[in-house]
Write a protein that binds this ligand. Structure first.
Ligand code: NAD
Ligand code: UDP
Length: 333
């Protein structure tokens, strides 16, 4: 069915891929973003499309979208640790006021609301892997609390709207996701390692690199979000790739794929950096029939190819005959 879908945070990394997918599936998309950590270049190829509208707005302020709305997805929040450490109050407002405004919009329009929550609600987990039933281990006054607690509040607000007002809501908890369009200065491990490798600089591995993450390719994650929109479950539902890797293994893989001569530089681990993280995706399998299909090596190769293309494009003056076309996302090899 053709639907009209509002994507809050649609000019960001994940949001722009989601907009691409939704427009490709022939839905009408309204992308709302204040461009704080997103970029117009992520959506510039969509701007002329009849089924795509961009609204520059801050979700922390009251939000009105004219006309019918069938679904609201709330992805508007700084997401990289470097971003939310720089923008702690904005992050708290996006998760609290922004969630209320998204929920109110969805309720007014009788639309489904999908909250993009995070594996960070589990904090530094004492249960491994993490099922949705695990309540988490979060430091409420630590440096990451502006993000973790904002998302925990957003989950509570979404749950209360459903219980008190009958909202059609869904919470998804997204685990580390990567792919084309992550900014060079994003600060997360994968864009850092790729750009460092391509510049011939040492890859900055935090601590001894034995901490783990489970990295999901963006196309897989977006497919899970789309299933959440079309489903009826309230969640929470974990979305992530259950294949766990250490950060040192990740760095070695990036070195191999890029063929760089860069070494490794061990740097201090940030405070409260979770030691392990791996989703139990039984619920996503059962509720959405979803599981990721792209393995880390293939996803990283596509991401490296996209970064190389972006750098080449930036190096060639606009209008030059051999200027590469706008990178639209890596092709999986
Ligand atoms: P991103 O920073 O690239 O995208 C976030 C987008 O939200 C940006 O375009 C930004 O400009 C916009 N935004 C931020 N505050 C806003 C506000 N007040 N009003 C309007 N727009 C605002 O990050 P991302 O990685 O694409 O993450 C998207 C969402 O997914 C976030 O909510 C994040 O918490 C969640 N998430 C992402 C990951 C991941 O690994 N990428 C993991 C868990 C959860
Ligand atoms: N990390 C690292 N080097 C970097 C950036 C991050 O070793 O240049 C580590 C970070 O300390 C964490 C892991 O990689 O242990 C994943 O970090 P990221 O910021 O990508 O995601 P998050 O901490 O949100 O899971």
């Amino acid at each position: 069915m053709r639907t009209r879908i509002v994507v809050l945070g649609g000019a960001g990394f994940l949001g722009s891929h989601l907009c691409d997918r939704l427009v490709g599936d022939r839905h009408e998309v309204v992308c709302v973003d204040n461009l704080s950590t997103g970029s117009p270049t992520n959506i510039e190829h969509l701007l002329g499309a009849a089924d795509f509208t961009f609204v520059e707005a801050d979700v922390a302020l009251p939000l009105e979208i004219a006309g019918r709305v069938d679904a609201v997805l709330h992805l508007a929040s700084p997401a990289s640790p470097a971003d939310y450490l720089r923008l702690p109050l904005e992050t708290l407002r996006a998760g609290s006021l922004g969630t209320f405004h998204g929920l109110e919009l969805a309720l007014r329009k009788d639309a489904r609301f999908v909250l993009a929550s995070t594996s960070e609600v589990y904090g530094d987990p004492t249960e491994h892997p993490q099922p949705e039933s695990y309540w988490g281990n979060v430091n409420p006054v630590g440096p990451r609390s502006c993000y973790d607690e904002a998302k925990r509040f957003a989950e509570a607000a979404t749950t209360a709207y459903r219980g008190a007002l009958g909202g059609n809501t869904c919470i998804v908890r997204i685990f580390n996701t990567y792919g084309p369009r992550m900014r060079p200065g994003d600060g997360r491990a994968i864009p850092n390692f790729i750009h460092q490798a391509l510049r011939g600089e040492p890859l900055t591995v935090a601590g001894d690199g034995r901490q783990t993450r489970s990295f999901c390719y963006v196309d897989d994650l977006v497919d899970g979000l789309v299933r959440a929109v079309h489903g009826t479950t309230a969640g929470p539902v974990n979305l992530g790739n259950p294949v766990e890797t250490t950060i040192i293994e990740l760095a070695e893989l990036v070195r191999r794929i890029t063929g760089t001569a860069s070494g490794i530089a061990f740097v201090p681990r940030p405070q409260d950096d979770p030691y392990v993280r791996r989703p139990d995706i039984s619920r996503a399998r059962a509720e959405f029939g979803w599981q990721p299909g792209v393995d880390l090596e293939a996803g990283l190769a596509a991401t490296v190819a996209w970064v190389e293309q972006s750098l080449a494009r930036a190096a060639v003056p606009a209008g030059a005959p051999d200027r590469p076309t706008t990178p639209r996302g890596g092709e999986l090899r």
